[in-house]
Design a binder for this molecule. Structure first.
Ligand SMILES: [Zn+2]
Length: 471
């Protein structure tokens, strides 16, 4: 293989690379389903960003293709096999509190600031220039190279879903949409609700009737707030005292007060991503645990005992009998992110289960079905996205490791995660950059940025990776 000074090739094109990155960042490519047209089914912004990339590619001599106005690709080279680079040009809403215009792409302190600078327009442009360098150097290749551009990654992945229904699946590929060095294992993601079947609205002789209890809105977040509304027949002071003692024991912030004759209990926890519940403090589980220890009406007692027994202090599914762990990707985790109980109406526990790559969800689901149906619950709204894993010995990983190590001088450790990256929509693909180890992950936050130095480094790494993977 020809020896190339990759970073030097990037430096030669540095000004154009930065300028094109800024141009792309200027486009407000937000999902906009209220304002769609037949040729912009996900809104004008994302379509404009897609068109921008396709036109840029056409200008530089790549073969562009628009696929259903929700995705597209740019291709060059010859060969039976296809190398795919999967990017996206949609962004999450900018939010408040920015120092400069979120679509201004202002350069300060060696960084470009904009929504999408890191996720994923900056890396998209890095990968684009990487392709452009390989093409302009006229290097011999044995595969076709294709950049696939999605416009719905931040929402529903309708872009890749539509794309791969109509277009060929690359033989191998990478997605510059997460972290360096290489993410080769992503756990399976299964979301579902456990719904209480007992609906006891009869008169109760117990001292406490739980009118309602709610905590959390999303499966994949640890809820940081929980609230219960209680009807306490007598000795309310006693209950409030017990509550104070409980929250003190677990070092929780709380609040209790009376409103319209009902006692309100609130607990504050710590929010975290649901892929690792241990990083947070589930307010809902703590409040449920407290309630489960009181003398409640029958329906509530049944619900809170269930939550306490199977979820409190157990994020690994041990009590549920589905604990599992492997060396590649670690423990199965369960995050009850949506807890809801309404007296006389429906009650449920919504959760995300992140399961290891060698684990089988059918088996887990069968176990859970049996257990919960014996306990008066049923599993509903079940969804499952299979684990994703590319073996370390494969050519793809070996090549990316070599390239990364040559260019950075650092060891390319493989990473396993509990979340899902764009790479899982490829059959044999991994997430490869753009965030270097030690850099803060400011994707989706205010003042999102990419270091220009990192943008250039990533471009050089992608260029060599494309060249070597296409051999
Ligand atoms: Zn992304």
């Amino acid at each position: 293989m020809t020896k190339i000074n990759w970073i030097q090739e990037v430096e030669k094109r540095k000004d154009a690379l930065i300028k094109d990155t800024q141009q792309l960042l200027h486009i407000k490519s937000l999902l906009d389903e209220e304002n769609t047209t037949p040729d912009a089914p996900l809104g004008k912004g994302v379509k404009e960003a897609l068109d921008f990339m396709l036109e840029l590619g056409e200008r530089d001599g790549f073969t562009p293709k628009n696929v259903g106005n929700v995705a597209g690709h740019l291709e060059f080279g010859k060969g039976d096999e296809l190398l795919g680079i999967l990017c996206h040009v949609d962004v999450v809403p900018e939010g408040d509190g920015w120092t400069s215009d979120p679509f201004g792409a202002e350069i300060r302190e060696g960084k470009i600031f904009a929504r999408g600078a890191l996720d994923d327009k900056g890396p998209t442009m890095a990968a684009y220039y990487a392709m452009k360098i390989v093409k302009e150097l006229g290097l011999p290749l044995n595969k076709r190279i294709r950049m696939i551009i999605g416009t719905d990654e931040e929402s529903n992945w309708r872009c890749v879903e539509h794309y791969f229904k109509h277009e060929e699946m690359p033989h191998l590929g990478f997605a510059p949409d997460a972290d360096f060095p290489i993410i080769n294992a992503e756990k399976g993601i299964s979301d579902f609700d456990m719904v209480q079947k007992i609906n006891n609205d009869g008169t109760s002789t117990s001292n406490i009737v739980v009118k309602s209890f709610v905590s959390g809105k999303r499966y994949n977040m640890v809820p940081d707030f929980a609230k219960a509304i209680l009807d306490v027949k007598d000795n309310q002071t006693d209950l409030v005292q017990k509550f104070s003692k409980f929250v003190k024991q677990y070092e929780l912030e709380s609040h209790s007060y009376v409103e319209n004759g009902a006692l309100i209990l609130e607990v504050k926890g710590i929010s975290a991503h649901g892929m690792e519940p241990k990083n947070g403090k589930n307010a809902g589980l703590f409040l449920a645990e407290f309630l489960s220890r009181q003398n409640l009406d029958a329906q509530a007692a049944h619900y809170f005992e269930f939550v306490s027994r199977y979820f409190f202090n157990d994020s690994r599914g041990v009590s549920l009998g589905v604990a599992y762990s492997d060396d590649i990707s670690g423990d199965l985790t369960i995050n009850p992110g949506k807890l809801s109980y309404i007296h006389g109406e429906g009650s449920s526990i919504g959760m995300t289960c992140r399961y290891p790559v060698t684990n089988n969800m059918e088996t887990t689901k069968a176990k859970l079905d049996e257990l919960v149906s014996n306990k008066g619950f049923s599993i509903e709204n079940f969804t499952d996205s299979k684990p994703h894993h590319v073996d370390e010995q494969e050519f793809l990983i070996q090549t990316l490791k070599k390239v990364y190590e040559e260019q950075t001088g650092e060891k390319a450790e493989l990473i396993a995660i509990g979340g899902g990256t764009y790479a899982r929509s490829l059959k044999s693909g991994v997430a490869f950059g753009p965030l270097f180890p030690g850099r803060p992950d400011i994707a989706h936050q205010k003042d999102e940025y990419i270091f220009i130095e990192d943008l250039l480094k990533a471009t050089a790494i992608y260029a060599q990776a494309i060249y070597e993977l296409a051999q």
